[in-house]
Design a protein around this ligand. Structure first.
Ligand code: CO
Length: 200
């Protein structure tokens, strides 16, 4: 991590141009974008080149994910509209955990379960998701991955790929969960407005 921090500091001091047009800043201290931050509703752009910048962002996103005790995090949730997801449903910090330009190639079955989202503190809701998905993605070496998922992993994949498309879990909740989550969403909206206005 020290290496990445050193690189990012150097980049900042040298005012390097970021090759990818949609990246307009170097992220030093990532913060999770909370609803109703508009970045969460923005469709993310494909990553065209896996460069050191992308590797650095992926490392920082993994740190942010573990700090928040989450199972998955999509780049728009840290304010970056690029198609990058970090995922670790076991929390074991091993294996492929960084995924570039993922998409669902196959899905089948339906299952209703409760889920939450790091961008929606204290909000939970029931959502019907596909029981099985096959995801195609690339790792940081540019190798193509084919991932078959069921259970929590399948749900997490669908949730994170929705994030890349600007689709949020509140958009898919059952009517009962939508009603139940309304007061908390109102609270988050108010808190977001107050933060923007500089009210603590
Ligand atoms: Co989420």
């Amino acid at each position: 991590m020290l290496l990445f921090e050193t690189i990012s500091l150097y980049c900042l001091l040298a005012n390097w141009n970021i090759p990818q047009a949609n990246l307009n800043k170097i992220v030093l201290d990532m913060e999770i974008a909370v609803y109703p931050n508009p970045v969460l509703k923005t469709k993310a752009e494909p990553i065209e080149e896996i460069d050191s910048e992308i590797c650095q962002i992926a490392e920082e996103m993994l740190d942010t994910l573990y700090d928040a005790c989450g199972v998955g995090l999509a780049a728009p949730q840290v304010g970056l509209s690029i198609r990058l997801v970090v995922l670790d449903v076991t929390g074991e910090k091993t294996g492929e955990r960084v995924f570039i330009n993922p998409y669902i190639a196959e899905e089948r079955g339906e299952i209703l379960e409760e889920e939450g989202c790091l961008s929606f503190p204290d909000v939970m809701g029931k959502i019907i998701r596909s029981q099985y998905v096959k995801v195609i993605a690339y790792n940081l070496k540019g190798e193509k991955l084919e991932i078959e998922a069921e259970g929590l992993l399948s749900r997490a994949w669908q949730h994170e790929i929705d994030h890349l498309n600007g689709c949020l879990f509140i958009d898919k909740m059952t009517p009962a969960s939508t009603i139940a989550s309304k007061p908390k969403l109102k609270e988050l909206e108010l808190s977001y407005q107050n933060n923007k206005a500089g009210v603590s």
